[in-house]
Design a protein around this ligand. Structure first.
Ligand code: SF4
Ligand code: SF4
Length: 89
């Protein structure tokens, strides 16, 4: 099984029900999350974090389908995905 998907497939789960948090100060800018996310939730910051990297951030949280691939692949353990609490936004 390849590490990364060669093509992004349409999401199967309901979108908009997940909170996606990136601890940007821990991000090493490897790009794994941007490559693995099937719904393009992440993007790059244009300013560096304290480590000197341009970190990933949650740009399109409403697109998340809760597949957990980003959480599983981040080598810096800086992504958290959880069911949204507090109703719809
Ligand atoms: S869990 Fe992560 S990889 Fe999956 S859709 Fe949400 S942000 Fe993208
Ligand atoms: S996978 Fe983790 S360390 Fe890599 S760019 Fe995404 S948030 Fe940063």
């Amino acid at each position: 099984m390849p590490l990364f998907k060669t093509e992004k497939k349409a999401p199967r789960g309901p979108a908009g029900r997940w909170d996606v948090l990136v601890s940007e100060e821990m991000c090493k800018a490897c790009g794994f999350c941007l490559n693995v996310c099937p719904t393009d939730v992440f993007a790059w910051r244009t300013v560096t974090n304290r480590l000197g990297w341009f970190p990933a951030y949650t740009a399109r949280e409403e697109h998340c389908v809760g597949c957990m691939l980003c959480y599983q692949i981040c080598p810096a353990f800086c992504i958290a995905v959880a069911p949204r609490t507090g109703g719809t936004r």
